[in-house]
Design a binder for this molecule. Structure first.
Ligand SMILES: CSC[C@@H](O)[C@@H](O)C(=O)COP(=O)(O)O
Ligand SMILES: [Zn+2]
Length: 206
């Protein structure tokens, strides 16, 4: 697919995500892989409800700008995933309310999800009986360090195609933009189920 078609698709997905209220107040960043060396990524500080193709730019997978613009402050979290995981074609990061709240509700450094049929919307999942392991990282303004931590942890264990950053949001990826959006949508629902379920289990009705 050519760059301009991919750029338009990314802007269309951005609007869908914004309309769901998962990317408020210029938060979030999105990218698609162009080839083994390059990706197309959102420039920093954009209103994701009105994203335009000229608000995207190309970077190489070592974070060097290839076209004009100020890349997302979290570019290194995208390029790390493209470098480390062959075959992924898109990365979406959002600040949805349930991702953010659940990440602070869980004290452990991993969220375990099981028993939900919608888990099967995640690539490679075939039964609600499986346990999905989702790493949770401490938030940091040192994005290079965070990218290193993600790389080490995703390398050492088999995980779902996503992770949470505590109090910050979710990163998810897929083989293409459609699969990545499906993951994001499923995760949003799974996070909501888990948040409400855990709150009810604690007897906290407030
Ligand atoms: C507006 S607060 C969110 C940002 O600090 C950041 O976490 C984010 O997701 C967007 O950063 P950006 O540089 O626009 O890609
Ligand atoms: Zn963010």
């Amino acid at each position: 697919m050519d760059v301009s078609t991919l750029a338009q698709q990314l802007c269309d997905v951005s609007r869908r995500i914004y309309q769901r209220d998962w990317s408020p107040a210029t938060s979030s960043n999105y990218s698609v892989r162009l080839d083994q060396q390059r990706c197309l990524i959102t420039t920093s500080g954009r209103d994701k409800g009105q994203l335009q193709v000229d608000q995207l730019m190309q970077v190489d997978l070592h974070n060097q700008a290839l076209t004009a613009g100020k890349p997302s402050a979290e570019t290194a979290l995208h390029t790390q995933l493209y470098r480390d995981i062959d075959g992924i074609g898109a990365v979406l990061h959002t600040h949805s309310q349930y991702a953010v709240m659940l990440s602070r509700m869980v004290g452990a450094d991993e969220l375990h999800i099981e028993g939900w049929e919608l888990q099967k919307a995640l690539a490679g999942q075939h039964t609600h009986e499986a346990t999905i392991h989702i790493p949770i990282f401490a938030n940091s303004q040192d994005i290079d360090l965070l990218a290193q931590q993600v790389s080490q942890r995703l390398d050492s264990q088999h995980h779902a195609p996503c992770y949470l950053i505590r109090g910050h949001g979710v990163y998810t990826w897929g083989q293409d933009l459609d699969e990545c959006f499906r993951h994001l949508e499923a995760l949003e629902h799974l996070f909501r189920y888990e948040f409400e379920w855990r709150r009810m289990a604690r007897g906290d009705q407030s």
